[in-house]
Ligand binder design. Structure first.
Ligand code: FAD
Ligand code: NAD
Length: 475
């Protein structure tokens, strides 16, 4: 039986970064990935990169102002093809990155624990099994889409899609219902609306984007309405029934029945239905109980401490599976947490800084990639007030920025919240083109405790969206 210093289960962002780090230290590493289509993990194959690629082409499609569905559909199909070419290229690159390193062996198969240091790998549908042993084991198995069990017909319907399968569509749906107005729901509503689908967005709660301030969520709501997206709040999906076959031919699509705020039961038609109600940890058939690795209840995330150690010594969990924020850059930061503690323990590198842990991780930013993008960091205005801060708000419309005029991207709202006692930035919400870039400048000022005046008085190249900080932060 092969023995390894480190076994990594799952080719996610954290794991694929950890593998070469160990290999460079001369350790023998096994990387186990169950799907050949997933080398590189969710982000590059079925998550961030393909969805952002489609967002890019959807925007181009909108700019083309196609007159017919046939033109829109042709452009959509070409976009899916280009997205597939991009993910294939990145998958190969990711595989080669690890496969070319002499200390790393990649196994293709489903991994499960036999005991705390023994892993079984099932490949070719369980026809071949192999066991390997590891001193240290890292679980990086990601998350899977949640499919609600309380919607009648959801399992049987052929019109149900997840974020993965909707990006494999061969035809642009004329009508699309999206269940869930979270990250995925909002991004895909924007994408498919820009490609030309008629989108209806169902949100079960009574507040649109409740984690944002009302002025920001209202600005987003208004722009979605302007795009022609139908938003139904308090929508409780009751049933999904595929349309019947007529004279031996399927009419396609399905009837979606939901209740609204007034408890009325309404039925609409949809060519496709995207379920986007969250993602749950992928602990399927991992045999965690054989290794004494505990999960949290009721959501089944792998239980970890601030160093990402599980309840079993020498087993760690990183990425979506451990219940932290579900972003690629958090999986990468999880890698840093493990790197820091194992570098320190092994004494191979002298470290001067305090090791990174989840306890000292601050100001996790995020971007929702719709058109325009919403990027956020730190506290909202309502959170700052309820935390007892005395605050000053700087707020301006996106159209106050010269670059926005040049780009013809005038929609949106910019907002920064300042602590008046310290002049430090408490938070920011940028709803504008390229906000995904500018938010990182604001975060850097926050983590390095810069007063907001540093950003206000900084020299920015022109014309850029970043130079908004000169004017936005001026009284
Ligand atoms: C549509 C969509 C868009 C997104 N957009 C963004 C975005 O713009 N920005 C952002 O930061 N985040 C985004 N995310 C979230 C981001 O993709 C995830 O947070 C991130 O990819 C999680 O990475 P991970 O390291 O946890 O593992 P993953 O990348 O999920 O990798 C886990 C791997 O483990 C494998 N695996 C699972 N079980 C086993 C087993 N038992 N044996 C062997 N292999 C196994 C899986 O096949 C998979 O390849 C998006 C997600 C989705 C779905
Ligand atoms: N840009 C990014 O960083 C990015 C993009 C996509 C996904 N992600 C990650 O993927 C994860 C999953 O995204 P998601 O959008 O699926 O989940 P989410 O948790 O962000 O949003 C789910 C939404 O669905 C609603 N909902 C739940 N049940 C419902 C029901 N039965 N009917 C109608 N609405 C219902 C919830 O109220 C919520 O608004 C996120 O946590 C995010 O971290 C990140």
């Amino acid at each position: 039986m092969e023995k390894y210093d480190a076994i990594i289960i799952g080719f996610g962002k954290g794991g694929k970064t950890l593998a070469p780090f160990f290999a460079k230290q001369g350790l023998k590493v096994a990387m186990i990935e169950e799907s050949k289509q997933m080398y590189g993990g969710t982000c590059i194959n079925i998550g961030c990169i393909p969805s952002k690629s489609l967002e890019y082409y959807a925007k181009k499609s909108k700019q083309q102002k196609f007159q017919t569905y046939e033109e829109q559909d042709r452009f959509f199909q070409e976009s899916i093809g280009k997205k597939d070419a991009l993910t294939a290229k990145l998958r190969t690159k990711n595989y080669d990155n690890l496969n070319t390193q002499k200390n790393i062996k990649i196994y293709n198969g489903h991994a499960s624990f036999v005991s705390k240091n023994l892993i079984e790998i099932d490949s070719e549908n369980g026809r071949v099994t192999e066991r390997i042993q590891g001193d240290k084991i890292f679980i990086n198995t990601g998350a899977l889409p949640l499919i609600p069990s309380n919607i009648c017909g959801i399992k049987e319907s052929k019109c149900i899609y997840t974020s993965k399968t909707i990006m494999e569509l061969k035809k642009l749906p004329k009508t699309l219902v999206i269940i869930g107005a979270g990250y995925i729901g909002l991004e895909f509503a924007s994408i498919f609306s820009d490609f030309g689908s008629k989108v209806t967005l169902f949100e079960a709660s009574n507040t649109f984007l409740s984690r944002e301030d009302e002025d920001i969520s209202k600005a987003i709501y208004d722009i979605f309405i302007k795009k022609g997206i139908n938003i139904i709040m308090n929508a409780k999906t009751q049933s999904i029934e595929d349309n019947r076959t007529v004279c031996g031919r399927s009419t396609g699509g399905a009837k979606v029945t939901y209740t609204n705020s007034q408890k009325e039961s309404i039925t609409i038609q949809a060519d496709a239905i995207l379920v986007a109600v969250g993602r749950s940890p992928n602990v399927c058939s991992l045999g965690l109980e054989n290794a004494g690795v505990k999960v949290t209840k009721p959501k089944n995330y792998i239980q970890v401490n601030e160093k990402l150690e599980t309840t079993t010594r020498n087993i760690w969990a990183l990425g979506d599976v451990n219940g932290g924020p579900q972003h690629t850059y958090i999986s990468l930061d999880d890698y840093r947490i493990i790197r820091d503690q194992l570098t320190l323990t092994d004494g191979s590198t002298a470290k001067k800084q305090q090791p990174i842990t989840t306890a000292n991780r601050r100001y996790v930013p995020y971007t929702v990639y719709m058109d325009p993008e919403l990027s956020r960091v730190g506290l909202t205005e309502k959170e700052a007030i309820s935390s007892g801060y005395k605050i000053k708000i700087f707020k301006k419309p996106t159209m106050s920025v010269p670059r926005a005029h040049q780009l013809e991207e005038l929609d949106g709202l910019l907002k920064v919240i300042i602590d008046t006692q310290t002049n430090l930035i408490l938070g920011a919400a940028l709803y504008c083109v390229y906000s995904s870039e500018v938010i990182n400048i604001i975060r850097l000022a926050m983590v390095t405790n810069q007063e907001y005046t540093v950003l206000r008085d900084s020299i920015y190249t022109h014309p850029t969206m970043a130079e908004m900080l000169n004017d936005l932060l001026s009284d």
